[in-house]
Design a protein around this ligand. Structure first.
Ligand code: NAP
Length: 276
């Protein structure tokens, strides 16, 4: 079994990022908008801040209270869209339910949309045009390539169909000539689909949803899930038992999560290039 380390792959990508940044004379800047006091969001934003600082990219966090209105957020985003010092804008999710999430996200100029969540970037991705790719999906594809996992002709089963992870993986995997199946909460008999998979990518958020009996011997497993229970992190895959039959597997923590932050830096550079 090969352990697919997010750190090792990320270190490789970071070298590529450094080379790219050497060719950029302007200072890049990421602005993150947070609404409310969600504890997990604060942790994620902190790791984004640290990543930016390590590459000498300016970082600003704008914080609004839970009871903020759509209009205030939209006006701020328009202001940031027009600010030539701002390279990328990220709306930290989740935001409170009373806000119009789609409208707010789509106010972000697609050339500053570091998360790749605007309808324009999603459309471009699905149309095989150059686009900003959602960070986690980009990190997963880079990891599969780094660990030389064959995608062409492989049966890939994605579990989870979120805009952040599952859905953007579909065009990315199809582009690499994989055969893609997407499972979700209404899927009948998840196990039968998984047993047909050469590669499983699980992004659900349920501790140990995938057990050894659901996995083909020799399968490649990408575990995206992050489940914090009593202060400890678990993936969606029962790692300790599944690792014995998988050919390659990502750990949690130390797998996809590390790649997601590195992909954000790649996306800031991609945004910069789009604006040139
Ligand atoms: P999400 O928006 O909540 O989506 C979860 C998906 O799982 C949905 O499509 C849901 O189906 C499906 N699902 C729920 N129960 C299921 C079941 N029993 N069997 C099969 N599918 C089921 O979540 P997300 O944002 O994609 O995140 C998923 C997990 O990945 C979370 O643990 C999150 O913390 C983690 N995550 C990690 C990273 C990272 O960098 N490592 C990044 C993003 C997310 P329906 O569509 O039918 O509801």
């Amino acid at each position: 079994m090969i352990l697919m380390s997010g750190k090792d792959c990320s270190n490789y990508i970071k070298e590529e990022i450094k080379k790219e940044l050497n060719n950029i004379n302007n200072k890049l800047k990421l602005v993150v908008i947070r609404v409310g006091e969600d504890a997990a969001s604060k942790v994620y934003i902190n790791s984004k801040k640290k990543a930016c600082e390590s590459f000498n990219i300016d970082f600003e966090e704008i914080v609004y209270p839970d009871n903020i209105t759509d209009d205030i957020l939209i006006n701020k985003i328009n202001e940031l869209n027009n600010d030539t010092k701002v390279t990328g804008i990220l709306l930290q999710l989740p935001i409170p339910n009373h806000l119009n999430k789609d409208k707010i996200i789509n106010t972000i100029d697609y050339k500053k949309d570091v998360d790749g969540l605007t309808t324009i970037n999603i459309g471009k991705l699905n149309n095989n045009e150059k686009s900003i790719i959602p960070c986690t999906a980009l990190g997963i594809i880079n990891m599969l390539k780094y660990y030389e996992v064959n995608l062409e002709g492989s049966n890939v089963v994605i579990v989870g169909r979120s805009n952040l992870v599952g859905k953007p993986l579909i065009p990315l995997l199809l582009k690499n000539n994989a055969t893609v199946t997407v499972c979700h909460s209404k899927t009948k008999d998840l196990k039968s689909h998984l047993l047909n998979a050469d590669i499983i990518i699980c992004a659900v958020g349920k501790k140990h949803l995938i057990t050894k009996d659901m996995v083909n011997s020799g399968a490649v497993i990408i575990d995206v899930g992050i489940n914090r229970i009593d202060g400890k992190l678990y993936g969606d895959v029962d790692f300790d038992n599944v690792k014995d039959i998988a050919s390659k597997i990502t750990p949690v923590p130390g797998g996809v999560g590390v790649m997601t932050v590195t992909s954000l830096i790649s996306n800031i550079i991609e945004c910069y290039k789009l604006q040139m």
